[in-house]
Write a protein that binds this ligand. Structure first.
Ligand code: ADP
Ligand code: ZN
Length: 739
């Protein structure tokens, strides 16, 4: 027997190994194995079992790691597809498919000493006071870890050993599962009665899950607060009834305790504690290992997690839900550069699972697919209980800036609106997608701007630490007192542009009695911070929450009746064809935080380009209107969803060399792709962010309707194109970010 193996050292080749007789029973497709490679022993994964090999002199597999093969043939197929489509080696794709904690040989189950009670049938032997106390606790728990017992009783192991001597308990090692939610209680929740639109959506999803039915993909377009999550929950119940498992993807940023609680409360009452597994980046390696194996063993049937949870080993898989499907965080920004939503659709097709993509602001791609009949569109156009959508007012900052020569952070309209909320004891959320104090430090005399020495970007001033920081590479410097240009040395250097710190500071001056809290990645140093701040806000201990996109998503606070967007244009004028789409999505999401309770909400949007379609359609809550004008613009320029994009970026420290090589790359592409119809080859040109982390970056953009075919060509090119040592080429298929 011969096993074909990919090696972890990420070579683009697979190697054949002989399977020794004694290992034959254990080696399957998906097994992790240790094999000799040169003089070393390396880890790999079996991708195929063959009876014979074209190669001779095969070396034997050294050993099989782990008892259960970790990768199912189906997931392995998925990894292969990812490698082909997103142009990377299979082994790189496998690294995403299988969490590091599971791959590593040494990470296993944790064993701990457990104390088990053996209550006597007759009379209790005579115990000291201390022993009796400890015994009472053990008797109540029946089975408890020694560590936990000592913590609870404040006694010593010696006391417990005495009880063992008397035959009342046994102390033995036992596997102890690391449950990231062990210390939380979930109050059971029951299914709500659905409104007519929710019922219709659920019926369609359920019908597609029925045995023998054809599973298509659904796009669930429901405004914020329309009750999408309740539809998900009930669809999951049906899925479990059919004996199948499910995966729920949510963006990392909205994987809040609040979200997890909603799912756990519905499905994790009592003995079903392990039914829902949670996978996200804050788990320890051990927790991740245990959650993953609970899924693999079939004890956890519902997986809720961020991007990489799409690879969870759920079998058989009945349902995949991708919430906030338009979110760019579903795209991985390093190899393998996969898009979890697209992988979800593919995985659903292959495994006969129903896929539900949900959003209040679907991506252009998904809505286009729905219009084309590829996906079935389900709509929830109203909020639950017919709550009104918030009233959105747009304030023209150009007019404001004329009136008020200073930097108008708060227009009178927004100021008044905040004041009235404070008086009524209602809460306010203020949004600005830029952390720090000012966006740049500028000399008013000579125009000098403090820039990053490594990146082509201005440094952001952080007031509390009095430092200038680069948001790309993390470079930091002390803020100069005077202009550093030796010819100028002007003493009054000025802060241009605003960040959340400056909003917070100005706010404190305007409303000295308000309780203000900022929330951005500078404030959140530890993982509890996020929880604590949201808890305080919920409890009414904070009047105004100021934050970045971190507060834009999925939060539900009934007492928030005003949302202010300080600068709606922030992301509008970047060189990316999705700038309008992103702004529309962000404004709609942020606006959706207002008026989730009984009082109608209000949103004040401040903008320098108040008539931009992204702002005007968001103001009217008109997704379809936005879609229709945007799809027209995309058609004219042949951008996605009419085509697909592959972005080639060449990086190096020597700019001339990068430029020279990228020209050569362009000629090579022309040669290889000669005769292709409907192919647009743009570039080379400097990347929007020309220099990042000391590397110059030049790009070529390809657009086509035949991406799988183009991927094959690019894979070939990547292997054959002779690249100078100090340059790197990255290929990003369906890039989310063009910078
Ligand atoms: P979405 O996910 O679309 O933003 P949610 O599912 O969070 O909306 O629903 C918003 C609120 O409405 C939640 O508090 C939820 O419990 C409640 N809700 C959802 N469906 C119903 C229903 N059919 N009846 C009553 N309340 C509902
Ligand atoms: Zn930098």
């Amino acid at each position: 027997m011969v096993a074909r193996v990919t090696l972890e050292i990420a070579l683009r080749k697979e190697f054949d190994y002989h399977v020794p007789g004694e290992l034959e029973a254990q080696v399957q497709v998906g097994s992790r194995v240790k094999v000799p490679f040169g003089t070393r022993q390396v880890m790999g994964c079996v991708t195929a079992i063959l009876s014979d090999s074209p190669q001779t002199n095969l070396r034997p597999i050294t050993k099989v790691v782990g008892q259960q093969s970790l990768i199912t043939p189906r997931v392995l197929e998925l990894a292969r597809w990812i490698a082909d489509y997103y142009c990377c080696p299979v082994e790189t794709a496998l690294k995403s498919v299988l969490p590091e904690a599971v791959r590593r040989e040494d990470e296993g189950w944790r064993e701990r000493l457990f104390v088990r009670a053996h209550p006597p049938t007759g009379e209790l032997p005579k115990l000291s006071k201390r022993q009796a106390e400890v015994w009472n606790v053990i008797e109540e728990w029946r089975d408890i870890s020694l560590q936990e017992l000592l913590r609870l009783t404040g006694s010593t192991a010696e006391t417990v050993r005495r009880l063992e001597d008397k035959g009342l308990v046994t102390i033995a090692p036992q596997v102890s599962e690391r449950d990231p939610y062990a210390h939380e209680r979930f109050l059971p929740s029951t299914a709500l009665e659905l409104n007519a639109e929710q019922s219709r959506a659920l019926a369609a999803i359920t019908a597609a899950m029925a045995p023998g039915a054809k599973a298509g993909t659904f796009l669930l377009h429901g405004v914020t607060g329309s009750g999408k999550t309740e539809v998900y929950l009930q669809a999951l119940s049906r899925c479990l009834e059919l004996g199948r498992g499910a995966i729920v993807l949510v963006p990392e940023i909205s994987l809040t305790p609040q979200t997890v609680e909603r799912f756990k409360s519905r499905f994790c009452a009592g003995p079903l504690r392990t039914l829902v597994a949670v996978l996200h980046s804050h788990l320890s390696a051990g927790e991740r290992h245990d959650e993953w194996h609970k899924i693999r063993q079939g004890r956890a049937r519902i997986v809720i997690g961020a991007r990489s949870a799409i690879f969870a080993p759920v079998e058989p898989l009945g349902l995949i839900i991708v919430d906030e499907e338009h979110e760019h965080s579903y795209k991985q920004e390093e190899a393998p550069r996969y898009h979890a939503r697209d992988v979800a659709v593919l995985r659903g097709q292959r495994e006969g699972a129903v896929v539900v993509l949900g959003s209040a602001t679907p991506s252009m791609e998904s809505y286009f697919n729905a219009k084309q009949g590829k996906y079935t569109l389900l709509e929830l156009p109203t909020r639950v209980d017919d709550q009104k959508m918030p009233l959105v007012r747009v304030v023209d900052l150009r007019a404001e800036a004329q009136k008020d020569k200073g930097m108008a952070i708060f227009s009178p309209r927004l100021r008044d609106a905040i004041q009235s909320r404070l008086e009524k004891r209602e809460q306010v959320i203020l949004f600005l997608n830029r952390r720090g104090y000012s966006t740049s430090l500028q000399c008013p005399l000579c125009g000098y701007v403090a820039g990053c020495p490594n990146c082509s970007i201005a440094l952001t001033f952080h007031r509390a630490r009095k430092r200038l920081c680069c948001h790309i590479c993390g470079y930091e410097a002390t803020a100069p007192e005077r202009c550093p240009d030796p010819k100028c040395r002007h003493p009054a250097i000025r802060y241009a542009g605003i960040g959340t710190q400056r909003v917070e500071e100005t706010l404190a001056k305007l409303f000295p009695h308000a309780r203000i809290q900022r929330m951005d990645s500078d404030v959140l140093q530890r993982k509890e911070d996020y929880r604590r701040i949201l808890g305080d806000f919920r409890a009414g201990k904070i009047d105004i929450l100021v934050g970045t996109q971190m507060i834009a998503k999925g939060l539900h606070f009934p007492n928030v009746t005003l949302v202010g967007i300080i600068h709606a244009d922030m992301g509008l004028h970047v060189p990316d064809f999705r700038a309008g789409e992103r702004t529309f999505q962000l404004l709609t999401q942020v606006a959706g935080r207002a008026g989730r309770g009984d009082v109608e909400g209000e949103v004040v949007v401040q903008s320098f380009t108040p008539f931009h379609p992204a702002i005007q359609y968001a103001r009217r809550h008109d997704f379809v209107g936005f879609y229709e004008q945007e799809i027209e613009f995309r058609a004219q320029l042949q951008y996605p969803p009419h085509t697909r994009v592959a972005l080639l970026t060449l990086k190096g420290r020597n700019e001339d060399k990068v430029k020279f090589t990228v020209e050569h790359l362009r000629r090579e592409l022309e040669r290889r792709l000669a005769g292709w119809k409907n192919l647009i080859l743009a570039g080379p040109g400097p990347a929007p962010l020309l220099r990042a982390e000391t590397f110059y970056r030049y790009q070529i953009m390809l657009r086509t309707r035949q991406m799988p075919r183009l991927s094959r060509e690019l894979n070939q090119l990547q292997q054959e194109f002779a690249l100078p040592d100090d340059l790197t080429l990255t290929i990003d298929v369906d890039p989310a970010n063009l910078a």
